[in-house]
Design a protein around this ligand. Structure first.
Ligand code: NAD
Length: 267
């Protein structure tokens, strides 16, 4: 079993982003929008440009006024909104108003449609990080079985479309899937995107399978752990650690998206 850390892939993507940025007349500019004080959001945005931070009970009209300025600002290339939003802020309104070219995480309906139709366009950062890691490890997808555990709109569903586009045969599992371990054992490539500490252990993994752990959870001791217990996965071909795996690539994907959005506008 080989541990695939995210560092190499992240370095490669960051270099690509820098190369694109270096060819532009100004630095690419990203704006992040966060409601509340979620620790993992704050860690993710620390590498980002301008931050818009609002209390969870913010006045929707005041927020949308500020948002429309950023959305129309020609010096802003990308916008990333941390979700979930507070109940007073309509996600439907926010993402239908957002400029599709500034959508860094494929949340605008037009961009989601492209993804689900298999057309080229921006992809959500986390599933894209998984795809880059698969490519970096040289794992073949065509004709192989991929099982994605989790069907959220930010990870599981878009990732399943991205795997399909690479001609994998994809199964999506969720909280009502029966005999999850049995379905997972069919996978050549298994992706866990659930949010349950150590839900997936070695008994879910076929000999030689590659396992990608998207989960970010705190265990009882306050330690960051994934959805997978990799201690019993010696028979896997590859596994990703948490921390230092998929999550560490996501920020570089975001930087690449921002550079690409700036290049699309400025070149
Ligand atoms: P979510 O809560 O929106 O979705 C979780 C999914 O898991 C649901 O589709 C649900 O049906 C499924 N599920 C729940 N319990 C299950 C069970 N017992 N068996 C099978 N399926 C089950 O979560 P999300 O936003 O998709 O995030 C998933 C995980 O990935 C979380 O731990 C989150 O923190 C992490 N995450 C990591 C990154 C990153 O950059 N690494 C980014 C986004 C999310």
């Amino acid at each position: 079993m080989e541990l695939i850390k995210g560092a190499d892939t992240a370095r490669e993507l960051t270099a690509r982003a820098k190369e694109i940025a270096g060819s532009l007349p100004r630095r690419p500019k990203l704006v992040t929008i966060r409601f509340g004080e979620d620790g993992s959001d704050i860690a993710y945005e620390s590498s980002a440009g301008k931050r818009m931070v609002y209390p969870a009970d913010t006045d929707p009209e005041l927020f949308f006024e500020a948002f429309s300025k950023v959305n129309a600002d020609p010096d802003v290339d990308g916008i990333l909104v941390f979700q979930p939003l507070p109940p007073s802020i309509s996600a439907v309104r926010l993402f239908s108003e957002m400029d599709p070219d500034k959508d860094m995480d494929c949340a605008v309906p037009e961009n989601r449609l492209k993804l689900f139709e298999g057309r080229d366009g921006v992809c959500p950062c986390t599933p894209e990080a998984v795809m880059w890691m698969i490519e970096h490890a040289g794992i073949e997808l065509q004709g192989r079985r991929a099982v994605v555990v989790g069907r959220s709109l930010v990870v599981g569903k878009p990732l399943s479309m991205m795997l399909l586009k690479k001609n994998a045969t994809v199964t999506v599992c969720h909280s009502r899937t029966k005999d999850l371990a049995k379905v997972c054992r069919e996978a050549d490539v298994l992706v866990a995107a659930v949010g349950r500490a150590k839900l997936i252990d070695g008994s879910f993994v076929k000999e030689g399978a590659a396992v990608f752990d998207v989960g970010i959870n705190m265990d009882a001791d306050g330690k960051l752990v994934g959805d997978c217990d990799i201690s019993g996965m010696e028979h896997a071909s590859y596994v990703t650690p948490v921390p230092g795996g998929v999550g560490s690539v996501t920020t570089s994907v975001l930087a690449l998206h921002t550079a690409e959005a700036a290049a699309k506008k400025l070149l």
